[in-house]
Each structure stands twice: as C-alpha cells, then as structure tokens.
Design a protein around this ligand. Sequence first.
Ligand code: ZN
Ligand code: FE
Length: 255
Amino acid sequence: MAAQTYLFPCLKDNFGVLIHDPETGATASIDAPEAAPVEAALKKTGWRLTDILVTHHHADHTAGIGELKAHYKCRVVAPRHEAQRIAHVDETVGEGDKVQVGGLEARVIDTPGHTAGHISYFLPADKLAFVGDTLFSIGCGRVIEGTPEMMWNSLVKLRNLPDDTRFYCGHEYTDANIRFAKTIEPHNQALAARADEVAKLIAAGKPTIPATIGAERPANPFLRADDAEVAKSLGLAGNPAWKVFAEIRERKNRF
Ligand code: ZN
Ligand code: FE
C-alpha cells in the first residue's frame, strides 16, 4: 500500500511532515522542529508516532525529539556522522542503509555540506524523498560545515533521483529562492513556469512543496552549476561545476 504523507508548518518557516504506512499503522516524523505541531498533526490524522527520522543536528530539526519520545516511546533514527550531537538517538544510519517504517522502506543517502553528517531519506517504492536542509525548492541549504564541493556532490545525488520523485525539504523558502534565481537565469523558462505555479500556491495559502525532481532539475540554479551557459554567464566558463556552485551560493548569501 502506498505511503501517506501529512505536511504542516512548524516554528517560523520550517516544515513538519509525517509519513504513514496504512498497512501496519507505523508513522514517522521527518525531523522534529518542535513537539506541539507534530502532536497536533498526529491528533488530526489519527496516526500514532512510531519513529522519528532525523536529517541533521540543527535545533530547528531536533528540538521536539525529547518530548515526542517521552510521549510515544518512538524510535529515533539519526545520521551516523553527527549522532553524538543529537539527544535520544536509538539507531544511527548512513549511505545505503535501509530504514523500515512499518512496511515502508527508506534508503539513506549521505548528503553532507549544510552540516558535515547530513542525510536524506528516499522511499523508492513511493518515490518520496526527505532532503532536510540540503535541497530546497529553487534553492539549497547554506554550506555551513562542509565545503561547496561536498554540497554540490550531495545535490547531484538528489538531482539523480527519478523525475517523478516528490521531495520534501525542511523550510518554506521557495518565494525568496525564486527572486534570487531570476538574478542568475532571468530567461529560464522552467524557472518562470515554477514561479507562476508558486505564486498561485502562495496566493491560495498553500505550501509550495512537495516539488518533483523532474521539475526542479531545469529550474533550480543550484542544480545547474554544470550547465555551460550558467557558468559562462557568471564569468566562470570552463571551471568545475562545484566552483560555479560556490559562486551561486556566495551570491545567494549576499542577496
Ligand atoms: Zn539546518
Ligand atoms: Fe533548518
């Protein structure tokens, strides 16, 4: 049976998301920005929390873990390379590991860069990806602990997921990301199409995610650092993609 998802806002601009296996009743929270909205989402759906799948150690993704674990005795799965920075961890995972949520199976993808040990979760059967603060719609996370080269390689891994993969990220930043992206590629048609779609979603008070990898790939400038035209327009023709990526990221930091 297909996985069900429930998306909701947390904190100022974080997303919370639950994934649910209707077959077994198992339910995982992807990260836990704060306990109360997760509990409200559980109440609304009638689902019982069995697992928390953590993407990275930042407080806006982990602050709710202790309270949720105390209430639900759920299992906490966290990235191996930064688990020591996260409280209440039961199980640590890394690249290629499989995580079961009831009958659902997630594959772990190492996506370092934003933090040194950041991971993403991909459910191949449902084509769902939970990418934390690595990939945002029309943007990407800040490179805080890793290097631009590391972050670029992580983004390429996510870019290589099947076109019809729906990805869920950690924050609602899409509108600001689009305003920046237009400064890099003012004539990108895929970006213009996404901008129209996002404007409608925002006007309707709806979240702008999930987005699909197939729609994101031609529109997100951070996934286009190996495009010859993008490199050329930044005065970086012939440079390795990660250097072009680093330049785009630098410009976004200053935007
Ligand atoms: Zn973060
Ligand atoms: Fe975050």
